[in-house]
Design a protein around this ligand. Structure first.
Ligand code: ZN
Length: 51
């Protein structure tokens, strides 16, 4: 596990980043472009709010 390890070399997404990324990846795999875009937008908002 490398959940809370701070890293400057690699992006170390927090739990919520990973969750959003996972959902976006699932949506992409399922060809659900609208959901993928929604997840990308959610990621953008999360990055601004939490990082
Ligand atoms: Zn995050």
């Amino acid at each position: 596990m490398y959940d809370e390890t701070p890293s400057t070399a690699l992006p170390a997404p927090c739990a919520q980043c990973r969750e959003i990324k996972r959902k976006r990846y699932e949506a992409v795999r399922q060809g659900d472009r609208r959901r993928a875009e929604a997840m990308a937008a959610a990621m953008g908002r999360h990055q601004r709010a939490a990082h």
